[in-house]
Design a protein around this ligand. Structure first.
Ligand SMILES: C[S@@+](CC[C@H](N)C(=O)[O-])C[C@H]1O[C@@H](n2cnc3c(N)ncnc32)[C@H](O)[C@@H]1O
Length: 433
């Protein structure tokens, strides 16, 4: 009886979610994918740019089996345009999203994507396994997020990865107040009218200045959003936010683990005011995810978590970047796209400030001293740390101190300016055998 009630409750939520996306497909559909066709743009997490995020110790190869779970209107064609050798399966429960995806595939002559109207929870029906599963903005909308992740986990290859986005609990606190308030007035995504949407827009202008959403309005484009996005933000029938500990617990319950957090600088204590606090020494002794959880609480504004997860059984040696490991100098630093550099005052001990326009918080900026800038300059996807260190030490002897070089690379990793790979790693092992 209880199970039957649960099932009916879940089905009702499913229907409401599907109904919302059928009426307001997300993201608002566009046809122009010119930037993807010209390879000027790529989807975040696309293995064409981020292969080593998932498999840092392998040679890059893009003939992957990829599942886009909850693909929305455009995600699968955008991935496909950068990954012509991949075999992509895209699923969604919303007819409009699948129809629009199919239209884009036809329009742009893309033939490596199979689309299916299928709930994430039933993905095992595909009877297929995947190297990479992309699911952004979906699992937090399921009536039972664990059922969805369990299902995805069951079709992930043993050495595969998932690229996931879940909403952030603290960055969206004000959104959740508004959602509850509007729901109490009886407004729903299923019944909302254009006049109601105008009322919601007006309400956003009337927010008191101390409202958490007023302080965070710039994270939501100052509410200059289309109707689809307005409904998705404020009238979603099923929406929950996560903290870093919520994520690790969620993954753990589904036999998964965190492989890496993207945008570490949003969380890393050294990248915010905590760096100069008296707590820093205590914080730095904690495990990595604890440190990230503390950084998240201090900022109290991360509204989306992007991260990579894998099966609990996957060997850490297959993916873990460890700058304390004996072979750390064979790691090749990979520079993040779109980094910007600002000059500083000529008399400053620092020679430049680096920042990433991809960060949610524009005040995340890292000043670099002259020798650090020299290390950074050569950290450009080709040379290994050992080679860079030797080259820079010729000009700046202090750099031959391993602890200085190691600390620099740890800092660059925390700031998301550099990630690391070592594709020769497996080859070397094979040669020894
Ligand atoms: C916010 S949109 C995100 C779309 C896409 N992943 C992106 O990032 O552009 C959420 C999508 O998940 C789909 N969805 C929601 N619940 C689902 C379920 N149980 N199974 C499959 N898709 C679902 C919705 O129809 C919608 O297209």
């Amino acid at each position: 009886m209880v199970n039957d009630q649960n099932k009916t409750g879940k089905e009702a939520v499913h229907r409401l979610v599907k109904d919302q996306y059928d009426k307001y497909p997300y993201p608002a559909a566009q046809e122009n994918l010119a930037d993807f066709i010209n390879r000027k743009s790529f989807q975040a997490g696309c293995p064409s740019q981020f292969f080593h995020l998932y498999w840092p110790f392998r040679e890059k190869r893009l003939d992957l089996d990829i599942l886009v779970a909850g693909c929305g209107t455009m995600q699968a064609p955008k991935f496909a345009l950068n990954l012509p050798d991949a075999r992509i399966t895209a699923i969604d429960i919303c007819d409009n999203s699948i129809d629009h995806t199919n239209r884009l595939l036809e329009l742009h002559n893309i033939n490596n994507v199979t689309t299916l109207k299928l709930p994430v929870e039933d993905v095992a029906d595909l009877e297929k396994e995947f190297d990479l599963i992309i699911s952004t903005g979906v699992l937090h909308h399921l009536p039972d997020p664990s059922e969805g992740l369990d299902a995805l986990q069951s079709v992930l290859r043993a050495d595969g990865s998932m690229y996931l986005m879940l909403y952030g609990k603290y960055g969206r606190d004000g959104i959740y107040y508004l959602q509850e308030m509007l729901s109490r007035t009886g407004l729903t995504a299923s019944s909302v009218t254009p006049a109601d949407l105008a009322v919601i827009r007006q309400l956003l202008d009337l927010l008191p200045p101390h409202h958490p959403l007023a302080a965070k309005r710039h994270f939501f484009n100052n509410f200059q959003v289309c109707d689809e996005e307005l409904v998705d933000l404020f009238l979603h029938p099923q929406d929950r936010g996560y903290s870093v500990p919520d994520i690790t617990q969620y993954l753990d319950g589904c036999d998964m683990k965190l492989q890496s957090m993207l945008f570490r600088a949003h969380y890393a204590p050294r990248c915010c005011g905590l760096a100069s606090s008296g707590l820093m020494e205590r914080i730095s002794r904690l495990p990595d995810t604890e440190q990230l959880a503390i950084g998240e609480l201090f900022r109290a504004a991360v509204h989306m978590h992007f991260f990579v997860a894998c099966k609990k059984t996957r060997d850490e040696k297959d993916y873990l970047i460890d700058l304390d490991a004996p072979q750390w100098k064979s790691l090749v630093p990979v520079r993040s796209p779109a980094l910007q550099q600002e000059p500083v005052d000529a008399h400053d001990v620092y020679k430049a400030v680096i920042y990433s326009p991809m960060h949610q918080f524009p005040n995340i900026k890292c000043p670099l001293r002259e020798e650090e800038l020299a290390l950074f300059g050569l950290s450009n996807n080709r040379l290994a740390i050992g080679e860079i260190q030797a080259a820079v030490a010729a000009r700046f002897p202090a750099v031959s101190d391993d602890s200085l070089a190691r600390e620099f690379y740890k800092k660059m990793y925390d700031y998301d300016y550099l990630s690391f790979c070592d594709p020769g790693h497996n080859r070397g092992t094979a040669a020894l055998i």
